[in-house]
Design a protein around this ligand. Structure first.
Ligand SMILES: [Zn+2]
Length: 428
């Protein structure tokens, strides 16, 4: 299977300037040649894919999603009432919405019953269509932590918010080993409180240093990275000192936290989309008041934290927390827009969802840029994303693993457009 793709311009995800009038040869699922159309020869028998009105970029990566969450206002309810089978089905729909939005890879950070791992396997074996999934399996939380839902003390919720509830380094180690036994690509710890859990204060550290360090030692020994949900300053710094690899959310950074992240090469996944959706539109009226208040309070600090991190050169990665209230799968590109609104250039935002994200997910050998030898994950958009990052909200063409999974030419106006932060009604 040979394909010869011609496009208006290629933005290859390495950070180099765009190549005008570019061509790409895809053989089976691999990128074979890349260059200007005059330098790349169309191989005989190659199928011509004419994207000459479009800008081609690497398939995007969303480094923080929850596959089975649908953006409901009170997802506790859903988590507690739905069986895993139902959540697998919603997951399948959700990750396909991500894929068709141009996100050819997602990192799932916490699911019930390791369903993200099985979904990943089913996709990889070609049983169902979907993006590449990097899966964490169950969240690891402590008693009363962010994923230990607020039930009466005598009601046991064995899986909390789909996570595993542990106390003390020994239990933490066991939980890490269980995730890896189940096939997790990495481990996700809930180090501090969060916005959506009633009793928790986002700033407060729940997991002790010893517990985090035990998880990191165990995961690293088994060749896995550790992602830390960490919002408050002390929790963030304790997590970094204990050796975690990525900070998720990171609302309240200070200079010391930022310096530690640079020094240790820790990635920052701010997930602006999560708080954004909780503070705009209909959903803001439907989420619990404590969550709306916490989301608002955290937003200002979050913007300052991001600015500090960006100035210091922290590696920043695009992640949406898709599935959290109002934060629908398929609307992932809003995070790119928010990254730009918070100060990134469009190129920086693009890199945060391509090359830098692929490094964060440890898959940079195979995806993240458009270069010979890499897997053919490509997307195309009509407008120049380096002039207007919102171009990614209308992805026209998606190729994953050499297969075209979407190719539309007409203008589409869907739910996502109407929910856009800067939506302008289109004149017809
Ligand atoms: Zn999350």
């Amino acid at each position: 299977m040979l394909k010869f793709i011609k496009c208006k311009a290629l933005i290859d995800g390495t950070g180099r300037p765009p190549v005008q009038d570019a061509a790409i040869v895809v053989r089976d699922n691999l990128i074979e040649q890349v260059g200007t159309a005059s330098n790349v020869q169309a191989p005989p028998q190659a199928e011509l894919i004419d994207l000459q009105s479009m800008y081609v970029c690497p398939g995007l990566i969303d480094a923080h999603v929850h596959t089975s969450f649908n953006g409901e206002a009170e997802y506790w309810d859903i988590v507690l009432k739905q069986n895993t089978a139902y959540r697998v089905l919603t997951s399948l729909r959700n990750v396909n919405a991500d894929l068709l939005a141009g996100f050819t890879c997602v990192r799932c950070l916490g699911e019930k019953d390791h369903l993200d791992i099985d979904l990943r396997n089913a996709i990889n074996r070609g049983i169902v269509q979907g993006p590449r999934i990097v899966a964490a399996g169950q969240n690891i939380t402590v008693t009363g932590g962010h994923a230990d839902v607020n039930l009466a003390i005598d009601i046991t919720c064995p899986q909390g918010l789909g996570g595993v509830i542990v106390d003390g380094p020994i239990e933490v180690r066991k939980a890490v080993r269980q995730q890896i036994k189940a096939g997790a690509d990495l481990v996700k710890l809930l180090v501090t409180g969060g916005v959506m859990s009633e009793a928790s204060v986002p700033g407060i550290q729940h997991m002790s240093f010893e517990e985090i360090a035990a998880a990191v030692e165990e995961a690293h020994r088994l060749g896995r990275k550790v992602a830390a949900h960490a919002q408050g300053t002390e929790g963030i710094k304790e997590a970094i000192r204990a050796g975690v690899d990525t900070i998720e959310h990171g609302h309240f950074l200070d200079q010391e936290a930022v310096d530690l992240m640079v020094e240790r090469g820790v990635f920052y996944v701010p997930t602006f989309a999560a708080a954004y959706w909780m503070t705009v539109g209909e959903i803001a009226k439907r989420i619990p008041p404590y969550a709306a208040r916490k989301a608002r309070e955290a937003s200002e600090a979050h913007a300052r934290s991001f600015e500090m991190a960006r100035k210091a050169g922290v590696k920043i990665v695009c992640g949406t927390d898709a599935g959290s209230p109002g934060n629908r799968h398929g609307a992932n590109a809003v995070e790119l827009e928010l990254l730009v609104q918070h100060g990134m250039t469009p190129m920086e935002a693009l890199l945060s969802a391509t090359r830098v994200a692929s490094e964060c997910l440890c898959i940079s050998q195979t995806v993240g840029t458009i270069e010979p030898g890499k897997l053919a994950d490509l997307i195309a958009v009509e407008k120049n994303p380096l002039e207007d990052i919102r171009a990614f909200k209308e992805v026209r063409f998606v190729m994953k693993d050499g297969e075209i999974v979407k190719w539309t030419t007409g203008s589409t106006s869907d739910v996502f457009d109407r929910q856009s932060p800067i939506y302008q009604p289109r004149l017809r």
